[in-house]
Design a protein around this ligand. Structure first.
Ligand code: FES
Length: 154
């Protein structure tokens, strides 16, 4: 069993955690207000990364293969609907303009409309035309660089 000296343990462990272990009865966050650190969002193996207001999507990643097979997907982690039409890509806020459902979407390719199954309202993809109940879908700017789709949120 690996041993650790008491002083070494206290130096390596957050002092408040150590006090709690030792029976001190107050709890306080380990970090102080003055030393708040910015936690960078790490590159993920989920096929995308966040860069400021941009979502940078690796279109070759299996998590985004549905864009090729179905032509659209609800990218729920980033609350974004993605649509592929020919070689063009579009992105929308997945917040339903009716009552805000984010997880009931389907896509009608013959009418080029997203349908929210919560109350079966439909929404054109032109970013201007209102849906059958509620305003238009909010569009995001997209661009493509190689196999990377960049979605820019406002
Ligand atoms: S919440 Fe989408 S149609 Fe009502």
């Amino acid at each position: 069993m690996k041993e650790i000296k008491r002083r070494e343990f206290l130096n390596k462990t957050c002092p408040n955690v150590a006090m709690a272990i030792l029976g001190v009865s107050f709890l306080e966050a380990c970090s102080k207000d003055s030393d708040e650190e910015v936690i960078p969002i790490p590159d993920t193996d989920g096929g995308y990364k966040i860069n400021g207001n941009n979502i940078e999507i690796d279109l070759t990643h299996p998590n985004f293969s549905k864009l090729d097979s179905a032509g659209w997907m609800n990218f729920t982690e980033q609350r974004t609907l993605l649509l592929k039409s020919g070689s063009a890509y579009f992105a929308f806020n997945n917040f339903c303009p009716h009552q805000g459902a984010r997880d009931a979407w389907s896509y009608n390719s013959s009418e080029s409309k997203f349908i929210c199954g919560r109350h079966n309202n439909s929404y054109p993809t032109d970013c201007v035309t209102e849906g059958t109940n509620g305003g238009p879908l909010q569009c995001y700017t997209t661009s493509k660089s190689g196999n990377t789709l960049i979605v820019t949120k406002p």
